[in-house]
Design a protein around this ligand. Structure first.
Ligand code: KET
Length: 440
């Protein structure tokens, strides 16, 4: 570039920057008047996140009996976070391997990780994988995978409306709205039966515009713990395909619902098996206990290999300006576990042990409430699936339990069963009993 061209570019840039500053200062209108004033003086305090904010409040409570049943994070019987044995082993192998370096990963992440993740989700013998119909990109856990998928859709798909279940994980609305999609909901949970409102679901999706995107929880629906049966999944699949709706699965709990990785992937596999197109956001936060490592993947199943590769090229355009490329450590742990037969087998046992402990907690809490004669039918505690029980407690009762018993949970009455232990069940049962008998 010659010097006058460079000057021109520089002055354009300066004009641009000055213009931006001027525009914004006229909007914010808070230029500092004295040394103590901040240009951010008008920034309003945002509320804490409805789920992660529960942990913030819990951390501030000095009570020795406090109990955090807010965020869905697994705890041992001793109430401690758990690093899986296979994860420790994989990390040791990685540390010992002196040939490993810290270079950037490709934009789409670690190739082995992507292949193995698609296999874990769709099955080792999946025709879609064999036909190269699936493009998988490593993303920042489940949340990042949902966001990248949503941004791709906002840019490349003709229909901008996404239907999410009512209720759903609180972050869904924000993720999809910020990505530029138009969020609507479909009926899902029936508070009277504490089960699935299949009729309402089919009606709402039946009247969705053709091509609309539908968010589905692959298993262990959060927060309700209510999943469709296989027959109901089949009804949902037929409706979605007949109306050319686009399924977008959120798979954050594979293996956590039933203890079986294949069992919990059945819903996704039904949709992939019919040859139609489908999105899946996958998270290893819960099933491999890699919460803070932020490991996940977005898979898009396409009709042809050529479309899949073009879709991948567009995913790169979404990812590169967002975070450039994903972190290497967590994905390397997952790839190490998934590709080694022994480690994989050991993982399935550890996963099953976590799922079983949660199921035991359900039974113990149910028994404890029965023993106290707590009014109401509490059988949903043992019927619901996955990490959470959607108790049916209202926000007043939740506030009461937090104030009087130092038990922390989300205001919709969801409790994380994975945060409970045999030692803390009686305390929770006392709190629920008191809440139910003193407040309605
Ligand atoms: N989808 C669902 C359904 C979900 O429950 C979570 C996390 C995620 C995706 C995202 O997880 P990630 O860590 O990005 O892989 N849910 C728990 C934690 C949270 O809210 O962030 C929760 O509901 O407590």
């Amino acid at each position: 570039m010659n010097s006058s061209a460079a000057d021109r570019r520089l002055s354009t840039l300066v004009r641009h920057l000055v213009g931006t500053v001027n525009n914004e200062s006229s909007i914010i209108s808070s230029s500092p008047t004295s040394a103590g004033d901040s240009v951010f003086a008008n920034v309003v305090r945002a509320p804490e996140d409805p789920i992660l904010g529960v942990t913030v409040a819990y951390n501030k409570d000095p009570s020795p009996v406090k109990l955090n049943l807010g965020v869905g994070a697994y705890r041992t019987e001793e109430g401690k976070p758990l690093v899986l044995n296979v994860v420790r082993k994989a990390e040791q192998l990685l540390v010992n391997d002196r040939s490993r370096v810290k270079e950037y990963l490709p934009i789409v992440g670690l190739a082995d990780f992507n292949k193995l993740s698609a296999k874990l989700l769709l099955g080792a013998d999946s025709p879609a994988i064999q036909g190269n119909l699936v493009t998988t990109v490593q993303c920042l856990s489940g949340t990042g995978s949902l966001r990248v998928g949503a941004e791709f859709l906002a840019r490349n798909y003709h229909q901008r409306t996404i239907y999410i279940p009512n209720p759903t994980w609180g972050n869904h609305t924000k993720i999809f709205t910020l990505a530029g999609l138009n969020v609507k909901s479909y009926r899902y949970y029936d508070p009277v039966t504490r089960g699935l409102n299949i009729q309402g679901l089919l009606e709402d999706l039946g009247s969705a515009p053709s091509g609309a995107i539908v968010l589905l929880h692959a298993c262990a629906h959060n927060p309700t713990g209510v999943d469709p049966t296989i027959q109901q999944w089949e009804q949902i699949r037929r409706l979605i395909r007949s109306k050319s709706l686009l399924p977008f699965f959120d798979s954050a709990y594979q293996g956590f619902a039933s203890g079986s990785l294949d069992g919990d992937a059945q819903s996704v596999r039904m949709f992939v098996g019919d040859g139609g197109e489908c999105f899946i956001a996958q998270s290893y936060a819960k099933n491999m206990g890699l919460y803070g490592e932020r490991v996940g993947a977005l898979s898009i199943v396409c009709r042809t290999a050529d479309v899949a590769s073009r879709v991948e090229s567009q995913l790169k355009l979404v990812i590169r300006p967002m975070y450039s490329n994903p972190p290497i450590h967590g994905a390397s742990i997952v790839a190490t576990v998934l590709k080694d037969r022994n480690l994989f087998h050991e993982w399935t046992l550890e996963l099953k042990a976590m799922a079983d402990r949660i199921i035991t907690m359900r039974q113990q809490l149910f028994d404890a409430l029965r023993a106290r004669g707590t009014p109401g039918d509490w059988s949903h505690i043992i019927k619901q699936i996955g990490m959470f029980t959607f108790t049916g407690l209202n926000s007043k009762q939740v506030t009461f339990m937090t104030k009087e018993y130092h038990i922390y949970m989300t205001s919709d009455g969801r409790i994380s069963m994975a945060g409970l232990s045999s030692r803390t069940v009686p305390h929770l049962a006392d709190a629920i009993h008191a809440a139910v008998t003193t407040l309605t």
